[in-house]
Structures are given as structure tokens and as C-alpha cells.
Design a protein around this ligand. Structure first.
Ligand code: GLC
Ligand code: CA
Length: 550
């Protein structure tokens, strides 16, 4: 028997604070804004909020460049606001997970300011330096946001290493003092009542820059186990490591049921499927449906009983799912619900990214309306390299991180109810049609589909503990699977496209009842565009037919 952890039946909601709710009219979301929306989140039924970084930061990478781990950025509020948030959330049984950026700090962090003063400064060895000559890079390791991973520090005649922006120098995890400082900081947050942590690019902390090893370095899991033992294991926390480089074998370590590392891992195999092999994320190829089924079911099967999956479609770095695998035009509502049903029927802990529960969509802005440094760096590099402007813009429409970062759409008033001021990034102009106000009281809304699914996960153990069998593996339109647990079973069947097709699996589902669907009752022998059903042998009295107009 696996240990029953609270986060196995909970659903987590990710908030990107600067885009969630502004409370003081400066156009930037803040902590008070989040507190003001707690009732909405309580209504949805989530168990925890993963808060993207709110610590002090020069905001070169929207808070993923932290200059003080133990203070809140003025733009978002202060420590007292944070404490209030933790306490307010508690009233709704919601815990607060913080985003821990441990691979790097801001170059304005006190440690780095000291480190760059001299080679014998006690903080020098908190970062990674190489002697050298100006203009002769130590090697050709590239930074994720473009350019070299090495930046010259003239006063020291040394290069420092950074996997992201030059303003995000990498910490030297080999230095035990660095690790100790980090543990103390985490324990300090735990004492404040934080309920968990999401660990930013955690597979990049153990590196061998000279060998070009930037992920999955040799000491990675050693560091994880020490980190976990010194901090997380002293509380009842949910922890999730972000790991673009995790394969199944590693994920089993990350999410080992013995609790020696983290609760679970964000792996991205299903996310990278529309990227041309060996190229950058901007080199988009058509979405391969059979591959999606294969990849997702592989993870379901492999981690069953020996690890734990996180389930997610989008986050602040990824495009909106309804614009990606769904249809954000005529079947926006149906396809958003279908994608929700498909994901929430699987084993693991689901993560909802703000606005996903409303079916928010991607945007197509002019280049000057984007704010993300990654978008602008790529745009500049590709235009200089002679790419066609239209192709570059199409890549941004498909993959740009700002797709997810436009303000939350609360209502149909100006700026979607996000701010009384000028929003830091333009609001998606479909806010009059797509907003929370029009959905919360509508029982057929996408919002209420999510709410229902969250409820099911708490009520029916088969959602949490059931094993997983992929059905119809070769079907080009349908994603279907079966979950079984303690004599109970359920079948999830989803039409992934816009045509009406025959409903297969009639034998399989013979005595089953409908638990939820995204359509009104109709011909059960067919699946309408993007139709999704969960059928089960779990006894419930009334099926939930979202989309039902009775
Ligand atoms: C992660 C974050 C991303 C950030 C990067 C550097 O991938 O999700 O937003 O830019 O790490 O910290
Ligand atoms: Ca504000």
C-alpha cells in the first residue's frame, strides 16, 4: 500500500501573480489581489496554490531572478501580505506552494554583489567562475535565452556561468555553504506555514560546465536527497521538481514513494511533441496525436506504484492548451472541457494554470506588445539571421510564453476586471466573451466542469489509485483509457477532433453509468466533435452533463 498523502487527491492551481489580480491600480497583479480572489479559488475546490515567484527581484525574468529569498518584492506587497495570504488560504483549505529558484540568483543578490568584488571574498565561491581572457570564452555552452552561458567580469578577469540571462548567475551547489544557506531559507519559509514548493529548473543545479553538462549532473540526486532530508521531510509538504531533462527512470527517483526526494516531478515529454527533433522550441511541427497517447500512457503505466505523476497541460511558460490541442474557435468550450476530462481522469496530481479553467486562449500581438525577454531575444536573433518575419511571428503565436501571461479575465468590464490602471501586458481582446463572471454560476461552464472533476478526485478512489490501461491505441481520433481499483472501474473516452464519429467500446462500457460529459444527452452511439465521457461502475445517482440544456 502506498502512503496516502494529501496531495494525491488534491488539485493544484498555479497563479502567475503579476497577471492574476491587481489591487492598487499600478497595472501589476499583487498578493492583496490574490487574497481578494480567494473565494473564487475556494469555490473551484483546489487544495493548493503554486505561486510563481513573489520574492524580491529586479524582474529581468519576471521574478525568476531573485535578489532576496526572504523578502517580497514591493510590486507584489510585503511579508505581512504573504502571511495574510497563507492564513486566508487556510480558511478555504488551500495551501500555498512557493516557487523556489535555486539554480541561480539575480546578479543583484547580495551574494553575487559580494562574489564579484574579489576572488577571495567569502561569497566568491557561491557562484561558478573561470579564469580567462576577454573574448575567449571558456567553452561554447549556450544560455537558454540565447547567447553564451559565460559572461566576462572585467574587474576579476574571470567569466561567470549562467544558464539563463547574464543577470541570473548560476549558484555553485558544490559549495556546502551555499546548500546550507538555502536550507536555512527554506526552513524559514516552512515556519511561516508554507505548504509546499515548486523547484525551478531543479535538474540544472548539479552541473559540470567544463564538460558541457548542464542538466542531470552526476551529483543531482545526492543533492536532492540532502535537500529533502534537511528541509521538506521536516514538514507535511508537497514538492514538485521542474525537470525538462527527466526520463522515466529518473522520475522514479524524484518521486520515490519513500519520500527521499520530492513528491513528484514536472516532466515535459508530452509538451515537446510539436518541436522539430533536435531543434529549438520555436521550430514547430504538427501535433502527433498517436505519439501523445503513447507518451502519456507510458508515464501512467511506468510510475504506477513506484512514483507519482504530475498532470498538466500548460503553465506560465507554455501556450494555452485550448489553442494547442483543442479548438479555440467554434468548439472552444467543448474542447476545453474534453482536455480537462482527459487529464483529470489520469493518475497523478493535476495542475490548473490560471485561466485554463475558463478556456482562455493564446494571443496574436504585434511584436512590440510582447513583454517576454525570451520572445524578444529570439525575435532579434532570428530576424538578424535572415528568417522570414511571418515565420518568426507564427512561432511566437504558437509557443511564446506571453500566451499564458496575459491578464486573468475576470469580467467584461475594462481590462477584464484585472486592473483599474494600465495593465503591464495587453489583455486578450476576447475578454468580453471569455471571463470568470459569466462562468461561475453557469453549471454548464468550463469552470464548473473543472470544479466537478476536482470533486470526483476527492470522492472516488479510482481516480487517485486506479491503474491505467490505454484503449484503442491505434485509433486516430479517440483517446480512451480505463482505470481500475478495488473492483471499481471507469472508462474515459475523448474525441480529439471536430468530426462526429462512431462511439466504440460499447462492449467495454455496457453496464456503466455516465459520470460526466461535455455534451447534452444525445445519440450514445456516436461521439460528437470533441465529445468526452467518463463512464463508470462507481454508483452515483445523477450524471453530470455539462453542456446540458434541459
Ligand atoms: C523555469 C521557469 C521560467 C524561467 C526559468 C529560469 O523554466 O519556469 O519561467 O524563466 O526557469 O528561472
Ligand atoms: Ca499592483
Amino acid at each position: 500500500m502506498l502512503k496516502k498523502d494529501w496531495w494525491k487527491s488534491a488539485v493544484i492551481y498555479q497563479i502567475y501573480p503579476r497577471s492574476f489580480q491587481d489591487s492598487n491600480g499600478d497595472g501589476i497583479g499583487d498578493i492583496k489581489g490574490i487574497i481578494g480572489r480567494m473565494e473564487y479559488l475556494g469555490r473551484l475546490g483546489i487544495g493548493a496554490i503554486w505561486l510563481s515567484p513573489v520574492c524580491k527581484s529586479p524582474q529581468k525574468d519576471n521574478g525568476y531572478d531573485i535578489s532576496d529569498y526572504q523578502d517580497i518584492d514591493l510590486m507584489f506587497g510585503n511579508i505581512e501580505d504573504m502571511e495574510n495570504l497563507i492564513n486566508e488560504a487556510k480558511k478555504y483549505n488551500i495551501r500555498i506552494m512557493m516557487d523556489l529558484v535555486l539554480n541561480h540568483t539575480s546578479d543583484k543578490h547580495r551574494w553575487f554583489e559580494e562574489a564579484r568584488k574579489s576572488k577571495d571574498n567569502p561569497y566568491h565561491d557561491y557562484y561558478i567562475w573561470r579564469d580567462g581572457e576577454e573574448g575567449v570564452l571558456p567553452n561554447d555552452v549556450k544560455a537558454v535565452f540565447g547567447g553564451s552561458a559565460w559572461t566576462w567580469e572585467p574587474s576579476l578577469k574571470q567569466y561567470y556561468f549562467h544558464q539563463f540571462l547574464p543577470e541570473q548567475p548560476d549558484l555553485n551547489w558544490e559549495n556546502p555553504k551555499v546548500r546550507k544557506e538555502i536550507y536555512d531559507m527554506i526552513l524559514w519559509w516552512m515556519k511561516k506555514g508554507v505548504g509546499g514548493f515548486r523547484l525551478d529548473v531543479i535538474d540544472q543545479i548539479a552541473k559540470e560546465p567544463d564538460l558541457g553538462i548542464t542538466i542531470n549532473g552526476p551529483r543531482l540526486h545526492e543533492y536532492f536527497r540532502e535537500l529533502s532530508k534537511e528541509t521538506f521531510q521536516k514538514g507535511d509538504l508537497i514538492t514538485v521538481g521542474e525537470a525538462w531533462g527527466a526520463d522515466i527512470e529518473r522520475a522514479k527517483l524524484y518521486s520515490n514513494p519513500d519520500g527521499s526526494e520530492f513528491s513528484m516531478v514536472f516532466q515535459f515529454e508530452h509538451i515537446g511533441l510539436d518541436q522539430e527533433e533536435g531543434k529549438e522550441k520555436w521550430d514547430v511541427v504538427p501535433l502527433p496525436f498517436l505519439k501523445l497517447k503513447e507518451v502519456m500512457s507510458h508515464w501512467q503505466r511506468e510510475l504506477h506504484n513506484c512514483g507519482w505523476n504530475s498532470l498538466f497541460w500548460n503553465n506560465h511558460d507554455l501556450p494555452r492548451i485550448v489553442s494547442r490541442w483543442g479548438n479555440d474557435k467554434e468548439y472552444r468550450v467543448e474542447s476545453a472541457k474534453m482536455l480537462a476530462i482527459l487529464l483529470h481522469g489520469m493518475q497523478g496530481t493535476p495542475y490548473i494554470y490560471q485561466g485554463e479553467e475558463l478556456g482562455m486562449t493564446n494571443v496574436r500581438y504585434d511584436i512590440e506588445d510582447y513583454r517576454d525577454v525570451e520572445i524578444h531575444n529570439m525575435y532579434k536573433a532570428r530576424i538578424e539571421a535572415g528568417y522570414d518575419k511571418e515565420d518568426v511571428m507564427n512561432s511566437i503565436y504558437a509557443k511564446g510564453r506571453d500566451n499564458a501571461r496575459t491578464p486573468m479575465q475576470w469580467d467584461d468590464s475594462e481590462n477584464a476586471g484585472f486592473t483599474d490602471g494600465t495593465p503591464w501586458i495587453k489583455v486578450n481582446d476576447n475578454y468580453k466573451e471569455i471571463n470568470a463572471k459569466s462562468q461561475v454560476d453557469d453549471e454548464n461552464s468550463i469552470f464548473n466542469c473543472y470544479r466537478q472533476l476536482i470533486k470526483f478526485r476527492k470522492e472516488y478512489p479510482v481516480f487517485v489509485d486506479g491503474d491505467f490501461t490505454l484503449l484503442l491505441a491505434d485509433d486516430e481520433n479517440i483517446f480512451a483509457y480505463k482505470r481500475e481499483y478495488a473492483g471499481k472501474s471507469m472508462v474515459v473516452v475523448c474525441n480529439f477532433y471536430g468530426q462526429t464519429i462512431d462511439m466504440p467500446l460499447t462492449e467495454e462500457c455496457k453496464d456503466m453509468e455516465l459520470l460526466i460529459s461535455n455534451y447534452a444527452k444525445g445519440d450514445e452511439a456516436v461521439l460528437r466533435p470533441y465529445e468526452a465521457r467518463i463512464l463508470s461502475l462507481i454508483h452515483i445517482s445523477e450524471p453530470t452533463r455539462l453542456g446540458m440544456i434541459s
